[in-house]
Design a binder for this molecule. Structure first.
Ligand code: CU
Length: 65
């Protein structure tokens, strides 16, 4: 399980974009987002670096917790 803080995730649209970006890397990924804490949890077999890179590309830089 990968837990990330995404400071620019401020609304449901952001969360949806983030979820889509993760699923672009791994369609089988399980993604949980929590807006109040700006936390994204990802369960995926794909390398964490690839997921972080996809979020960067989508405009949502993230920091591992
Ligand atoms: Cu938003």
């Amino acid at each position: 399980m990968l837990t990330l803080t995404v400071k620019d995730m401020s609304c449901g649209h952001c969360a949806a974009t983030i979820e889509k970006a993760v699923k672009g890397v791994d369609p089988a990924a399980r993604v949980g987002t929590d807006l109040p804490t700006k936390t994204v949890r990802v369960e995926s077999a794909v390398d964490a670096a690839a997921i972080v890179a996809a979020l960067d590309e989508a405009g949502y830089p993230s920091v591992a917790v």
